[in-house]
Design a protein around this ligand. Structure first.
Ligand code: DQA
Length: 146
């Protein structure tokens, strides 16, 4: 089971970025936590972050034939990117959407999510734990398929 975890714009600034909302832990610590969880539950994981929408689209395209599941926090691209939605539709990969914060209880524009149209699950407001929960849920979903 190979899972790609993709993080969008500004998530590389975790720790210094609006700590009251996003916490004090760094992006490197997030990656470490995701890798430790993947090892614990016996799935292969690759974690990537892009500030560029086109690079994110390319990473999604590259999942075709290479990955079984996608866990994605598109960050601000969540609310704007039809391109990311279309890329996920094109490769037709089981997808979970993750947000550190509770996007449905912030500004109205954050309630709009294009990725939600294809994701089989949306986890928000659980901080780093949301990614770990997403790994468990993705493993269960992929096991169901096999
Ligand atoms: C975010 C929420 C988005 O609205 C925001 O633009 C982000 C991060 C989150 O993880 O809570 O950059 O996706």
């Amino acid at each position: 089971m190979k899972i790609l975890v993709l993080n969008g714009v500004n998530l590389n600034l975790l720790g210094l970025r609006e700590p009251a909302l996003y916490g004090n832990n760094s992006y490197a610590e997030l990656v470490k936590a995701i890798k430790a969880k993947a090892k614990e539950i016996g799935v292969k994981v690759k974690v990537k972050q892009f500030n560029s929408e086109s690079k994110m689209v390319e990473a999604i395209q590259m999942t075709y034939g290479r990955y079984d599941g996608l866990i994605i926090n598109p960050a601000a691209f969540t609310h704007t990117s039809v391109a990311i939605l279309d890329a996920i539709k094109a490769v037709d990969i089981p997808t979970i959407e993750v947000h550190l914060t509770d996007v449905d209880n912030r500004e109205d524009f954050r309630k709009i999510s294009y990725v939600s149209l294809v994701a089989f699950e949306k986890i928000s407001g659980k901080g780093f734990d949301g990614y770990l929960l997403a790994l468990d849920k993705m493993k269960a979903k992929l096991a169901e398929k096999n």
